[in-house]
Design a binder for this molecule. Structure first.
Ligand code: SAM
Ligand code: SF4
Length: 352
């Protein structure tokens, strides 16, 4: 579909007329000089897995009426794009559990100025949805997979599903997605066994593996010792494939450091949030499924934008609130200091 085609659902009339753009031309720059161009949008807090590092086993999910509607997400994103956001990533919970997701992708794809729409998924529902998402204009896909062992998958996700994820990866490739990334959370007790099989699997299938050091944002107790670090991952990979070469940063705000395997056959990345924090280059803001704007994954404060979207608030005021949130962003997450305070929400309710 072309970017100018009409969306599949009616967009709300703008209370102040069609007055965009409301940007001030300077972009979303915080007090540390970081320009914000990336918005992560959670479309649901529901999930069909229960990964131990992400969410508790028992959860009361939000009622559908509490979630932002697609119209509200599109309106908010349109204002954010007018302020300089050009990339979004849809996430959750499990985003593919939100009914009609390709319709949302199609409407977002029609927003002029938005250059890139990504999605992070656990892959379970990709066999049914990969083609429709691709046709709707989804540009990039990250699929989460921590292990190729069915028993450890069940231990980590508290559910079965490995074969569905593998089928999801195949479906994504058949639908024409390229440069698919595989996200693997790096946890001591698992990564020692899973790092190399995942690396071999991804190299054989031309998938880009990205290890993510486990962060203190789940329901389970966390400590630094539970993180299988970037240095330990590199030691394993280098031992198997020869010394990896780091790739010069194409995008300094990208959280992953990229490497070429020692034998030159393919690339992988490591998001070392704990042992090599990258807050200094952060360019991200987040919108939760029920419409709270967060300027950091670990933010303790958030701004309610759902009430603004449901209150006929003019775009200028929504833009002001976004600018204010970015302005108020702190320097970094402080996980490595005694000052660190864990946010009340766990990862599934923020959007990773
Ligand atoms: N359900 C989807 C999925 O699993 O891909 C999207 C949401 S999930 C919260 C997004 C990403 O966050 C996944 O790659 C997941 O592995 C990662 N994640 C969740 N909890 C994490 C934690 N405590 N530390 C690091 N990454 C985490
Ligand atoms: Fe669900 Fe993704 Fe969290 Fe796992 S990481 S519980 S798949 S939201």
């Amino acid at each position: 579909m072309s970017r100018t085609a009409l969306p599949l659902f009616p967009l709300p009339a703008r209370p102040n007329g069609d007055s965009l753009p409301v940007g001030n031309g300077r972009g979303l720059i915080d007090t540390f000089g970081r320009r914000h161009t990336h918005l992560r949008i959670s479309v649901t807090d529901r999930c069909n897995l229960r990964c131990t590092y992400c969410m508790p086993e028992e959860v009361v999910f939000r009622d559908r009426s509490e979630l932002l509607t697609f119209e509200e997400i599109v309106r908010f994103t349109t204002v954010a794009v007018s302020l300089g956001i050009d990339k979004i990533r849809l996430t959750g919970g499990e985003p593919l559990m939100r009914r009609g997701l390709p319709d949302l992708v199609e409407a977002l794809h029609a927003i002029p100025g938005l250059t890139d729409i990504g999605l992070t998924t656990n892959g379970l529902l990709l066999p049914e949805q990969a083609e429709a998402l691709r046709a709707a204009g989804l540009s990039r896909l990250n699929i989460s997979l921590d292990t190729l062992d069915a028993g450890r998958f069940r231990e980590l996700a508290r559910r079965d599903g490995l074969n569905r994820v593998l089928a999801g990866i195949d479906a994504a490739k058949s639908a024409g997605f390229d440069r698919i990334k595989i996200n693997a959370v790096s946890l001591r007790g698992f990564a020692e066994l899973d790092t190399l099989p995942l690396a071999r699997f991804c190299r054989e299938r031309d998938l880009e593996l990205r290890f993510i050091e486990s962060m203190p944002i789940g329901a389970e107790p966390w400590n630094r010792e539970s993180v299988f670090s970037a240095a330990e991952i590199l030691e394993l990979i280098d031992g198997e494939f020869g010394p990896s070469q780091s790739v010069p940063d194409q995008d300094p705000s990208a959280p992953a450091t990229e490497y070429v395997y020692g034998d030159g056959l393919g690339r992988f990345g490591i998001i070392a949030s704990i042992t090599r924090p990258f807050c200094g280059a952060c360019n991200r803001v987040r919108l939760t499924a029920e419409g709270k704007l967060r300027n950091c994954l670990f933010a303790l404060d958030e701004t309610d934008v759902k009430s603004l979207l449901r209150d006929n608030t003019p775009d200028e005021e929504i833009a002001r609130v976004i600018r204010q949130s970015v302005h108020d962003k702190w320097e970094g997450h402080e996980i490595n200091t005694a000052r660190f305070l864990k946010p009340a929400r766990t990862m599934h309710a923020i959007g990773g």
